[in-house]
Structures are given as C-alpha cells and as structure tokens.
Design a protein around this ligand. Sequence first.
Ligand SMILES: C[S@@+](CC[C@H](N)C(=O)[O-])C[C@H]1O[C@@H](n2cnc3c(N)ncnc32)[C@H](O)[C@@H]1O
Length: 311
Amino acid sequence: MEASDTLKQLLNVFWLRPETALWREIDIRTMSAFEMRSPSLDLGCGDGLFSFIRAGGELDVSFDAFRSVSRMDKFFQNVDVFDSYDENQSSAVIKPPKYQIDVGFDCKTNLLKKAGQIGLYGTLKQGDANKPLPFPEASFNSIFSNIIYWLDSPQSVIAEISRVLKPGGTACLMLPNITFPQFSFYKQLYVNGGDDRWRFLEMLDRGRFSDNIRQAKPLDEWQAMFGQAGIRIERHHYHLSKLTIQAWDIGLRPLFPILLEMSRELPPEKRIVIKAKWTEIMRTFIEPLLEIDRTLPGNEDPAFHCFELRK
Ligand SMILES: C[S@@+](CC[C@H](N)C(=O)[O-])C[C@H]1O[C@@H](n2cnc3c(N)ncnc32)[C@H](O)[C@@H]1O
C-alpha cells in the first residue's frame, strides 16, 4: 500500500480528528522499514486501528473510530470517550491486513473487543503493562509499542520487552523526545508560564500532558536505558516537528463533541457523501504538512524518536 493510501484510510477512520490521521501517517512513514515477524506483539494495541492500517487493511467508508464512543458529555473532563464497545456493530473490513500480529495487549477491555473485530490479531490479552508482562521469556520475534511513555517506569517496561524478545528479535518503539512537552500549548503557556489566563487550556489538554504523557527524554538517555536492558539501536529516526505537534495539539479537538453530534444527525447515505468531501479537503491540508514534517523546519529538535532495536 502506498503511503498516500494509508493516509486515505486514516482519514476515513479519524475524519472528525484529522490531527490524529496526520500524526499516524507520519508514524507509518517513519517506521516503514520495520517488519513485524511472527511471533509478534502489539504492546498497547488499543482498538488496533493504527496497526491494522499500517498493515495495509482497509475499512468500509461507513466505518469510523467514533461509531462506538460514550460519555461524550465528560469529554472536557478527561474521560476516555473511546473506551466503549457496541456489540451490535458489524465488522467493516473490506480488505484484510497483509500480515497478522500474534498478540495484541492492552489494559482496556472495550478497546480489545474492538480490536477483535478487524481480523489483525491472533490473540488479544488484557493486562497492565506497569506490571511484569504475562509472557514467558523469549516469546516474540517482533514487538511494536507506542505506549511506553504512558507507563510509570520506562526502564522496567524496556527490561520486560527485552525479556520477552527472542535473541535476535526486534522492537519498534515510539518514544518522546525531551522537546515534546515543550511544544504543548498547555505546558508552555499555562504550566510553565504560570499565567492563570491560560487555565482554559486544561480543557484542550484533556489530561494528555498533565497525566498521560509521563516520559520525554533525549536520545542519549533512551539509549542508556536500552543498553541496560541488553538491546541495541539498529535505526533511529526523529519525527514529528514542532509545527505538526502544535497542529495536532489543537486540531479539531475543541469542536469534536459537537462535530460528532452533528455527524450523527445525518442519514447514513448523506453522511458518506459529506464525509467524502470532508476527507478530500483535509487531505489537501495534510499532504503539504507531511512534506513539511519530513524536512523538519526550524531550529527545534523534533518531538519524537522512532527506535528500531535488536536484542
Ligand atoms: C495512545 S493509545 C495507543 C493505542 C494504539 N497503539 C494506537 O496506536 O492506536 C495508548 C494505549 O495504551 C493503553 N495503555 C495505557 N496504559 C496502559 C497500561 N498500564 N497497560 C496496558 N495498556 C495501557 C491504553 O489503553 C491505550 O489503548
């Protein structure tokens, strides 16, 4: 699948949150050389949509990531509105992924149920990645994870990843650079600036930088952690420029509850027509941003590391 086809799929799935599609497309491009060799693990798979699209899967135009959400009235109180499952929803897969992932692991049962509908994972396992991983040592040839920075101790989870990797096994980890929190409007203006006029940015942050994003480190610190865990860096890429992070930081987030409500009022056939026009416009704005991100403008270091590691 061409990268632009993955963008089309990402926009189909995240149309009301194009900033998510932008970020994910950059992730997919950055990790393009990484191969998920069986037995494989998606550590923190969530609803699996990212890995499904990365694997070349396609979903029907009637499908989006917002079909099953709940507690939207608590959106600005940091509730995870995606942590919900509607058992009446049928699978929308129109093209299966090109490869399977043996195990998807996450702490949220509802997300795992959604992940069970897309035909990507052999097994789905619920558990807490802050605890030792529930797999014997040397279980996997490949591991992907973009959740380590949500966890309490990156050192412990990296040691666990090393333990469950087979000798010679590989891992692709997305980890924040030291710059990442500094690019957030909430951190920069309200937390660091200490100016109460920016308190409203708590509603924009929605717990991301205040709670979820716990670890941000420069290259040498991550490198030292991998060394201690007995894994070495095979490839390292920086990605996600300040501009991209700031576009993502706002995106359509403030309007999301009302956009969702409006989209739900549309009859299904009208919704598909509007969605097609919507995603085409978003594509026009996102494609140049992708190119700008690739050339990483400005003096700032990018926000993320993508590490490809080998045990
Ligand atoms: C940003 S999402 C990424 C999900 C998926 N990998 C993706 O790219 O869409 C972070 C995921 O980490 C999971 N997570 C957070 N803390 C966790 C923990 N302690 N143990 C297992 N999963 C956790 C969340 O449930 C969520 O699905």
